[in-house]
Design a protein around this ligand. Structure first.
Ligand code: DGL
Length: 270
């Protein structure tokens, strides 16, 4: 099965386009809602939470884990890849992140070589997007802005409230004056406010979400890696796990993603 991991609801913005592009596989989604947001934690804590998630998902039989969470991808992906995929296991199972495909897409669409990135504090402080972009093209100017209040609003399902929109405007104001022509939503929760991002940034700035981009790249990846693809179950089974409130998870998912799901199982990671 393909497992997706996120600190909460955000990874559903990645799961949905992946499932639409590749409906044939079995999927397992783990949201660590109880401990969200991750983005205000130290790197050590984010690594610890990510290790717990990886161990849990491998035990459940995942052959491919996608770190849908940008925060975990930025801070802990290399660490867990080194810890859990050593000793020839890389042909048996994989852990992938979402940052590189999005960085590649931003580089391919920017015309003026000025790209903005918004994300959690941990993602922005890690400078991972900047590093990935500069590795591919050192001439691109990257303007970053941490937006730490957005994820708590989204996890509470308060992101349509005027308070959330006015906070978003404040966060985006400095980026608007940088003359960027592409903005990376470097947090999987933010697409839940995509209409507001688009309206505030205006038509000239292309707002990039990781979901569709990751789905496209994952499809190519599986075509190129039959050793992993052949191990994925293809019974269209979809399982949802949360460390938070299962009823709230079901309600949020059905309301914002239009997916009918069975009540998730509540799990403990720590
Ligand atoms: N949705 C996650 C991300 O993409 C994490 C947000 C958080 O828990 O702070 O960064």
């Amino acid at each position: 099965m393909i497992a997706l991991f996120d600190s909460g609801y955000g990874g559903l913005t990645v799961l949905k386009p992946i499932m639409e592009a590749m409906p044939e596989y079995d999927y397992l989604y783990l949201g660590d809602n109880e401990r969200a947001p991750y983005g205000n934690h130290s790197d050590e804590i984010i690594k610890e939470f990510s290790e717990q998630a990886v161990e849990y998902l491998f035990k459940k039989g995942a052959k491919l884990i996608i770190f849908a969470c940008n925060t975990a991808s930025s801070v802990a992906l290399r660490h867990v890849q080194e810890k859990y995929l050593k000793g020839g296991e890389e042909n048996e199972r994989k852990i992938l992140g979402v940052l590189i495909p999005v960085a590649e897409e931003a580089i391919s669409i920017t015309k003026n070589q000025k790209v903005g990135v918004v994300g959690t504090k941990a993602t922005i402080n890690s400078k991972t997007y900047e590093k990935e972009i500069h590795q591919l093209n050192p001439h691109i100017k990257v303007y970053s802005k941490a937006c730490p209040l957005l994820v708590p609003f989204i996890e509470e399902d308060w992101h349509k409230k005027p308070e959330a929109i006015s906070i978003l405007k404040k966060y985006l104001k400095p980026l608007k004056s940088c003359n960027i022509d592409a903005l990376i939503l470097g947090c999987t929760h933010y697409p839940l406010m995509i209409k507001d991002f688009n309206r505030i940034m205006g038509q000239k700035i292309k707002v990039l979400q990781s979901g569709q981009i990751t789905a496209k790249k994952l499809k190519q990846y599986l075509q190129n890696h039959p050793e992993i693809e052949s191990k994925l179950g293809k019974n269209k089974v979809k399982t949802f796990l949360t460390t938070g409130d299962p009823a709230k998870f079901k309600e949020f998912t059905e309301k914002h993603f239009g997916m009918k799901i069975s009540t998730p199982q509540k799990v403990e990671l720590s």
